[in-house]
Design a protein around this ligand. Structure first.
Ligand code: AMP
Length: 196
């Protein structure tokens, strides 16, 4: 039996974290959010956290090799044997290549890549709202603009890679959470049943 990887892909503020968390409970496989893991390192003041902090605050990406090493360690935990939901990784083509290798080594395959699509104007509005509620250091107007730019330049090309291999499913994320969740559930059931 092989494990399944479900990848959530989309701009910051697309709601992919919320959706990944819901699906994680339904599928009973862990959500692995590199953003959350990095924020934990920052809060603990680890070496990685010290390097990551200013980069994250500017809205840029933490270097591939650091994030990939962190992800590799997380995926080696026993709860991820049967699979994992990836939230915020891969964010560059190099990370996608690393993920392919890591999945092959751990006997997992990409079941589906859920591209949660939301227009830029809606994203900016949502993130500014989140800034008021959560007070995240990277939800300032400048950092938001930079994160969107980084997404378009470095992360969007990753989607084309998955599209070419036929695993990409685009979900309209500009709808109520419940509606998006139902859509995601349907797509995941179809795609993962087909390859199980
Ligand atoms: P997120 O919570 O996924 O929006 O991530 C917050 C910040 O953490 C990003 O803006 C990046 O600075 C950093 N980060 C998270 N995941 C990655 C990744 N896969 N590669 C590089 N940087 C990342």
């Amino acid at each position: 039996m092989t494990g399944v990887a479900v990848i959530f892909f989309g701009p910051p503020g697309s709601g992919k974290g919320t959706q990944a968390s819901r699906l994680s409970k339904e599928m009973n496989i862990p959500q692995i959010s590199t953003g959350d893991l990095l924020r934990y390192h920052v809060s603990q003041g680890t070496e990685l956290g010290k390097v990551a902090k200013p980069i994250m605050e500017s809205g840029a990406l933490v270097p591939d090799e650091l994030v990939t090493q962190m992800l590799r360690e997380r995926l080696a935990q026993p709860d991820a044997v049967l699979g994992a939901l990836f939230d915020g990784y891969p964010r560059t083509v190099a990370q996608a290549e690393s993920l392919d290798k890591i999945l092959a080594e751990t006997d997992k395959h990409v079941g589906v890549v859920l591209h949660v699509d939301v227009p830029d104007a809606v994203i900016t509005e949502r993130m500014l709202k989140r800034a008021q509620i959560e007070g995240r250091a990277d939800d300032t107007p400048d950092a938001i603009a930079n994160r969107l730019k980084v997404y378009r330049e470095k992360t969007a090309p990753v989607a084309r890679r998955y599209e070419a291999s036929g695993v990409l499913a685009t979900i309209d994320g500009d709808r109520p959470i419940e509606v998006v969740a139902a859509d995601i559930k349907k797509v995941v059931e179809e795609r993962t049943a087909a390859v199980a």
